[in-house]
Design a protein around this ligand. Sequence first.
Ligand code: OAD
Length: 252
Amino acid sequence: MRIDRDQDLPEALIAALTSADRVAVLTGAGVSAESGVPTFRDAQTGLWARHDPMTLASPEGFSRQPDLVWDWYQHRRRLIAETAPNAGHHALARLQKRFEQFTLITQNVDGFHQLAGSEPVLELHGNIQRTICSQTRQLIAPDWLDQHSDQQPPPSPHHPEGLARPDVVWFGEMLDPETLDQAFAAAEHCDLMIVAGTSGLVHPAAGIPLLAVRAGKPMIDINPDRSELSGLADWHLAGPSAHWLPKLASSL
Ligand code: OAD
């Protein structure tokens, strides 16, 4: 059922929310759109509409042009540092406190959920503010990066051939299996699944809400457009997450 922005939340949705003990939430880039962070696949403004993902977000692209890739992530880090969590992130942090079990799973690498006060957060695709060694994946401390900032990217302290790279999952790379297992388990065993701001095109993340649906659990999808997942949802809240997530939080 599609609910438009000018409509109230349906009674049945509020009942599903208030009666739930275990809630699982999957967020995507759309949740940060109103903070001013571009999404990936929106036609005009999406990052992948303007940049080639294989050049900027794959191990092969990094091997070919490490300076270009490092520079692009530095630019994105600066953009994120200049922006802030929005009303949607804050509403999720409020919601988290209201349930016995509330698993917040995100595909976003901007760290905005934690900044808004959500804890813990399952970060499926890593975090852009952390830097790791391209060879060993060990964390590199900010001090080391500052001391070697004349090199783009800085070398790694952990391996003679290593370079500093962002701690994000690139195309062709594996997600952390433990994090993914926790996300799958939360979706399978939840009483209510909430999806917000994702196109549902990237697997394995997009498979997480499918587990809840297959287990017969109700699902809410929040997206101004109809996504791959909207048709599976019991309620498609059509509109921005900064509008709908605060509405969900205040309905409790
Ligand atoms: P996409 O860019 O694929 O999808 C963003 C979704 O957000 C779209 O369906 C939009 O309609 C929706 N959207 C836009 N504005 C919104 C708003 N204000 N409120 C709610 N929804 C809004 O982003 P993701 O689904 O997150 O991977 O993409 C998944 C992964 O693909 C990303 O994590 C990234 C990318 O390649 C990695 O970086 C590994």
